[in-house]
Design a binder for this molecule. Structure first.
Ligand code: ADP
Ligand code: SF4
Length: 696
């Protein structure tokens, strides 16, 4: 299909200082969880984006000095020649596809704990950044930087910029955002200095100006120098000389960088989940930048729609369409627009499972794109699958995320696929979950797979078909895949955080009961030890339907795990807005006589709440009875020509949707694969450095 001329503007080259981006698609720096310990995985991950048409592909955050050590979080380093060789794998890979490679040079300042090297961290005035946040929590304060430290910082940036040039990067960053060291200088709460680096904004911005100068000096006219800066807090601050301190900062530094990369200040706003923020949520903060600087501007906004992208350019908000999450969910997004295949774009759903991977200190995972992080390790390409070695029929039972992805992958490979779903609609758990507050965007998981399946002549979908073992034996498929999902169970919880006895009582419910339309009497108590989104989303949902709702959890925080996905602050706001009373550090001790007794997990103090409906959001168990029956009838299956029966997704191990999609994809890829094709390749650092320079 030819490209829609409306989108031509996205394919115009953009000059960035001495280099030229071939188009306006810009994969911004973002953590990938792949450190210098995994250089091949990292190179292949970034290469896939370049192959998919991103004109610029950037690294994640790269430490310029051993005194900026984010351990145990997975950060990259550029300290010595070993590191140069490690990063060169990525730049060579990106250049093979005609894209530019950018590197985000980073010093964490008061946000890091230097746990690994045990050098006290440093910040402008000895203040730590969010010292009780899960990522940063520690028990040593930073030291106050003196002028020697400032010279050391500039030396480290200069040295790293030279190394970046040697590694083949085209765009070299100064990073003044997200609470990292140069950003701490910009904000008066962290910068109480009385010397030339503190006080008025001109002084607070001095370090950024100097970092830009040493970077330019180091890279000469070979590389562009980019400034990545967080503007959210500064935008909210009045200035005597401009509409805000953000405006004043851009005026002060206007054309010093070759590129402005502008963003928000904290993970929750910068990488906001779709549950609480729409596409383009940065625009009110960053839209002014282009009116001040003559340099190109890149920004993000979870853009997946080419019309929204064109709108950003036409309205003069951005010159380059930045993307982290959309480039993870679909590395081939630009190519698909270029080839007039917009409907093939696998749109990011804004669930932030990718962010949770960074918090988990592991290579990036994605709900929509199961191949991410596996490009080198498992040799999975997002757009290509190996052809089926021979023609066989595969029956996939269950049309939830696992079954859909499995059927699609098998279908793309050329197998004859039957997908049977008990319900009248495909989608499994998504059918209900996408109706919960804020989760409508998640229906993209279903929509994309359903539309792709419709194009495959070799996949037949049967709805309203709850298959039994006898029926499967009659069908005589070559293989059976049970993607039959899981059920929530009304388990309770012991003081050791072990699910205990099941509480079956007429007015005890699970999320499945609510999904099935159970009529709840008020008041309702939602007891959550699942700790992800279901408990709070359900409480919000029920409150929105007019119920009087309380939320209780044994954890110290509501939806405790959702801190991993940047959802927690907004979850609290949503529950407060919905008038949901919250009880943390409590577990349900009993439910009788229209009363729930909660017991504090530490103090054992009891709280009694009126309750006529208790919704337990705790454990899910595999719904695998069909699989179990089939395995006991293996002889009959073999006689009917069924070579294998396999469980995938929640029917194997209940988890997040990302796990189910991955499980379905893996089965689809690996059916009939040879052992060596299934093997997990192990990456290794380029070489162990003997020593590394340090300014601290
Ligand atoms: P997953 O996340 O692993 O895909 P889901 O619970 O979302 O799991 O989806 C499982 C799907 O399997 C549900 O849509 C359910 O209706 C379907 N299912 C369960 N048992 C059968 C069966 N015997 N025949 C057909 N479909 C089934
Ligand atoms: Fe988007 Fe979710 Fe994938 Fe992250 S994990 S890129 S938010 S779909």
């Amino acid at each position: 299909m030819p490209r829609n001329p409306r989108y031509d503007v996205l394919f115009e080259p953009v000059r960035i200082g001495p280099v030229t981006a071939p188009n306006r698609f810009y994969a911004v720096p973002h953590a990938s969880g792949m450190t210098n310990a995994m250089p091949r995985m990292r190179a292949a991950f970034r290469e896939t984006k370049a192959e998919g048409g991103w004109g610029v592909v950037c690294s994640g955050y790269v430490s310029i000095d051993p005194a900026s050590d984010d351990a145990p979080l997975p950060y990259a380093t550029l300290w010595d020649d070993d590191d140069v060789r490690s990063h060169a794998m990525m730049t060579e890979a990106v250049h093979r596809h005609g894209a530019l490679a950018g590197i985000e040079l980073w010093h964490g300042g008061g946000s890091v704990m230097n746990r690994l090297n045990r050098t006290p961290s440093m910040s402008p005035s000895g203040t730590a950044w969010m010292p009780t946040h899960v990522s940063y929590i520690g028990n040593q304060r930073p030291r106050v930087m003196d002028l020697q430290d400032i010279r050391g910082l500039l030396d480290a940036q200069r040295r790293a910029a030279r190394l970046a040039r040697s590694a083949g990067f085209d765009i070299v960053y100064v990073y003044a955002g997200m609470g990292y060291l140069p950003h701490e200088f910009l904000l008066p709460e962290w910068n109480h200095r009385t010397d030339a680096y503190g006080g008025c904004l001109r002084n607070r911005a001095r370090i950024v100006r100097e970092l830009l100068a040493v970077t330019r000096e180091a890279v000469g006219d070979r590389c562009a120098v980019a400034l990545r800066v967080s503007l959210e807090e500064l935008r909210a601050r009045p200035s005597e000389r401009a509409p805000s301190e953000a405006h004043e900062l851009v005026q002060l530094l206007a054309d010093l960088p070759d590129l402005w990369d502008v963003k928000m200040d904290s993970e929750t706003t910068d990488c906001a989940p779709s549950r609480f923020a729409p596409e383009g949520s940065h625009e009110p903060v960053i839209s002014f930048v282009k009116s001040i600087t003559g340099r190109p501007v890149v920004g993000v906004g979870r853009f997946t729609s080419p019309d929204a992208m064109v709108g950003q350019i036409r309205r003069g908000v951005l010159d380059l369409i930045g993307a982290a999450r959309p480039s993870i969910a679909d590395p081939f997004l630009p190519k698909k627009i270029g080839e007039g295949r917009e409907e093939d774009i696998r749109e990011c759903i804004g669930c932030n499972i990718c962010i949770s991977s960074w918090h988990d200190c592991v290579p990036v995972r994605c709900t929509q794109n199961p191949t991410v992080g596996e490009e080198w390790r498992r040799q999975w390409h997002p757009e290509r699958v190996p052809a089926a070695p021979h023609s066989t029929t595969v029956l996939v039972v269950g049309g939830g995320p696992a079954g859909l992805e499995c059927a699609l992958t098998l279908g793309r490979r050329g197998y004859e696929v039957m997908l049977a779903e008990a319900g009248e609609e495909l989608g499994g758990r998504l059918r209900f979950e996408t109706r919960l507050p804020g989760l409508a965007t998640w229906s993209r998981v279903l929509d994309w797979r359903r539309s792709q399946l419709q194009r495959l002549g070799n996949v037949t979908v049967y709805r309203g078909n709850r298959l039994t073992a006898d029926e499967i034996l009659e069908l005589r498929p070559g293989h059976v895949v049970a993607a039959t999902g899981s059920r929530w169970v009304p388990l309770l919880y012991t003081p050791l955080e072990v699910p205990s006895g099941t509480l079956f009582s007429p007015r005890v419910y699970t999320p499945d009961d609510v999904a099935a339309g159970a009529r709840l009497e008020d008041p309702v108590v939602v007891f959550d030890f699942d700790n992800y989104y279901m408990g709070s989303a359900l409480a919000e949902h029920l409150a929105g339907a007019g119920h009087h709702v309380s939320y209780a959890t044994p954890s110290g925080l509501a939806s405790a795990w959702s801190i991993m996905t940047n959802e927690q602050p907004q979850t609290y706001r949503a529950l407060a807005d919905a008038d949901v009373a919250m009880y943390t550090l409590t577990r349900v001790e009993s439910f009788e006589h229209d009363e729930v007794t909660l017991i504090n997990v530490f103090t054992f103090a009891r709280t009694r709440l009126p309750c006529r409906a208790l919704v337990i959001v705790g454990a899910r168990l595999p719904q695998d009875a069909l699989y179990q029956e089939l395995t006991t009838r293996r002889e009959e299956l073999l006689a009917a020509g069924v070579a294998s029966i396999t469980r995938i997704g929640d029917a194997l191990a209940p988890g997040a949707i990302a796990h189910a999609v991955y499980s379905g994809h893996r089965y689809g890829r690996e059916l009939d694969a040879r052992d060596e094709e299934r093997a997990l390749r192990r990456d290794a650092p380029v070489r162990t450095a003997i020593h590394a320079p340090t300014s601290a």
